[in-house]
Design a protein around this ligand. Sequence first.
Ligand code: PLP
Length: 381
Amino acid sequence: MIKKYYLLSPGPTPIPADVLSSAAEPIIHHRTPEFSAIFMEVSTGLKYVFQTDQDVFVLASSGTGAMQAAVVNTLSAGDKAISLNGGKFGERWGKICRPYGVDLKEIELEWGQPFTAEQLADELKANPGTKAVFTTLSETSSGTLYDIQGYGEVLAQSEAILVVDGISGLGATPCPMDEWKVDVMVAGSQKSFMIPPGLAYISFSPKAWELAEKSTLPKFYFDAKAYKKSLGKSTTPYTPAVSLIIQQKKSLDIIKSMGLEKLFEHHRLLGDATRAGIQALGLELLSKNPGNILTAVKVPEGLDGLQLVKTMQGKYQAYIAGGQDPYKGKIFRIAHLGYMGGFDIITALSALEMTLSELGYDFESGSSMKAAQDVLKENWE
Ligand SMILES: *Cc1c(COP(=O)(O)O)cnc(C)c1O
């Protein structure tokens, strides 16, 4: 069998062919009107995806760089903050904040369990003087969505800013930055933005800029003020990742021509189809509030979860993701984000069925594909 590789992971994600090939164009110099025109188109396109009137800055780093930028630009050592840790990426806020001396109250959540706006309001009451709340739109380690809209309403009544890691969710599931009162929004290129890893995006609300004026945490490369000043001159403060920005322009053209609403609907359909397939196999989701970005599935009792992922990835080249940390071997994750279509879901489920039967799991052969196809057929546009 020819080893054909199927990328079904929640980042990096597959990339349209013309977006891929645009990186092969000769490099143009970044201090030229030609590059500035492309850069400003990207900048405007990012505002469309963020659904904000604020500037969106482009950093040459992976998504975590923009998370660090969110912390160092808004806080000072000793500032009180709250982070919601419901998985690998929620945990990362704490890992970033602590070395900078942020006085952090980390709320540990069961993976996959929701955290309500009321609970957040209670935490704020119990922790007066909190300057920032760090949270995640789509927790990629558990496939869970959090109530960003609800948190935004709670925090708008307080002095604290709402900082959202939208790295896997933004552009795939609704989270209008301005309307939902998000103060700092962070995204990354290799998830729903349909380009390779290497760029991170960040935007600040007026309330966040007020904090930024007082922030004394050390910063240089990620100092937002430098990016703001340069954006005023249609450029970046340091050498931009030219090819990635050209690719981002290409894929933003696709996103804009489809429109955000259709894009969200597309992800919802893929999510529905995946969940229907998983259910048909008698398998259980990890999340109580699953998003349409990826589906995290519990490995059934008695099966070797590590072997399941190894077989999917190694033998069938269906590159789904395994579980992380406490859920290693206990869950697997099928992504349906970015440049994926209905048949990617069928591919994932087919490889899953072949793997499950090899591992001795009892189920009706073909049932997951049929269930997913029924959902897709009904709604295919
Ligand atoms: C992928 C991801 C990150 C990490 O981004 P890197 O690009 O690996 O730095 C952070 N948060 C979430 C929710 C993610 O899905």
